[in-house]
Write a protein that binds this ligand. Sequence first.
Ligand code: 8U8
Length: 622
Amino acid sequence: MRPKLQIRIDCDQDGGPLPHFWRSTGFSPGELLLTREMRQQMAYLGAIPQRGLTYVRPHFLLELVQATDSSGDSLACDWSRLDAALDVVVANHGKLIFELMGNPSGLFSDFRDDRQLHLWRGLVTALAQHLIGRYGPEETASWYFESWNEPDGGGWWRQWPADIESFCWYYDACAEGLRQAHPALRLGGPGTCRTLSPLFRAFLAHCDTGTNYFTGETGTRLDFISVHEKGARASKEDLTPDTAGLLAREIQAIEHIRRHHPRLAGVPFMNNECDPQVGWGDFHTWHARPYYAAIICKLINQHLRGLIDGLGCPYELLSSDNGFIGRWGNRTLLARFGPPHAFDDGQSHHRPALLPGQPPPDLPFEMIKKPALNVMALLALLGERRCALIGEPPVADPLRSDIGVIATRRADEQIAVLLYHSCDKITASGSASIALHLTGLPFTRAMLVHYRIAEGSGDPYVLWDAAGGPPTPTPELFAAMRREQELALAEPPTEVNATGGTLTLRLDLPLPGVSLLLLSARPAAPPSQVAGVRLESYRGLHGEAQTLVIWDDAATPMIRTYEVLRADDPTGPFVRVNEPDLICTALLDVRPADAPAGFYRVRAVDYWGRTGAVSEIVSTGV
Ligand code: 8U8
């Protein structure tokens, strides 16, 4: 018998804030937002509870802008394609990390050219004014604007000479352009992919003490500093990721800033492509498995403990670049099934545009959620303040321990403890026996809920594999994968006594695996009425009529499940259609192609079985 791992948590001792700095994903190119696949994916992102996946960072958004140069001081711009793309993000409560990247109508060729720099500045001003007009100043100010992706990488900055000085001037044009539109818009960069590259160093020096191309003043505004560090180089093989090495390289960047640019030491910092291995399009089946979900938790905890706690770094955001459309093995949040598509080619990620026609081809497809998506829901259920770990056990150091814990408290209502088991070795497996001793609980009786992501638990790939890996699964297999794709409970919710505010919980945590333990006091009121129900129609691979039902988050972390109710007639009877319990706010209802119009309503049920008022009726027929 392995000795039990003892973890002691004092829920009454504040362990500091827990900013949810990981609520972000990215992909390329931005044009994908015009596809039905991305529309469905964005709905699933928006459906993570508590806005758990908010920021989206697409490359090449400015390729969606058509511009005309009539040889004057400014360009005439057609924003309609960009609007259509951004609306998909905003309609799902998403926010942009807006890379000022792309070449509208191919008009730009040289950022050493004074006229082009001025035109770029004007383009950025016009863009920002347009966004403010469309989405409002407050919303736009909650976004991040960023410079070109990976200007120190081989392929990305390719239409410009590899010239650091003109990159800095381009950045000045971005900064001045935004400032002229609205002073509250945030701009940062340089989103570099090579640790302490010459461009990274020169860019920081330029922002700190260089001469601004437009104002002639010393320095240029820098609202955040971004880098990309990943766990292993690109390879078709499963290289062993080095998460500690990833963090160490970020620390090199942070120390460089502190040493050489102390004025910038307080500028928010981010790794907005924090991936286990370079190469989103390469097939690594672990991208489909609990291994990936667990390593995401470990990377987050390493940043929390190592950079925020350890170095006092103003760590603003960590993004996984896993918002692409792809298959099980690609670095994506969902697995797409369907006929070949222009965006299938993983190597095309350096291309600014992929779609052959306008509008993009409307091919049937199906998407199944991966553990990497669901783990964002578990992370979202963490509270905003941490509880103290007693005695600094080995698990308090996520650089040394494969088991990590983030214990949080939400006022006097809920304790949420995330435990993960993740080793930087794809083939490592096993299980750890853990005893979790909780003291100082703010209640003496609580509902205990245990969510679990592990092999065979919220792991639909297993079903596909067992069926022989069919390229086009049968309707029955799709239905089974959809039952498996929702977050699973490790055991049914149970009421527990915490006499004197003390409780010991014992569990086995598989490697790889993630557990979220929620202890909740019974709220006075049942859930409120569900609002904001809307429907989107899709076509399945077997011709089915699919209705994606989407609704607003109930904003309480006490929801056991939403119930999506359907009837053929508005007077009912309404029948629950979601088989598994559901804490995300979207459900795909699959019907035969000739199914009659459906009427849908949604309600929430809390952990005590109390049902909130049912929503208004929404119909596919209108
Ligand atoms: C270091 C490096 C080498 C290389 O050959 O290509 C790269 C491409 C390298 C680093 C980053 C890179 O592109 C970024 O990473 C991609 C990936 O597939 O890991 C994508 O996720 C990103 O969108 C891209 O910015």
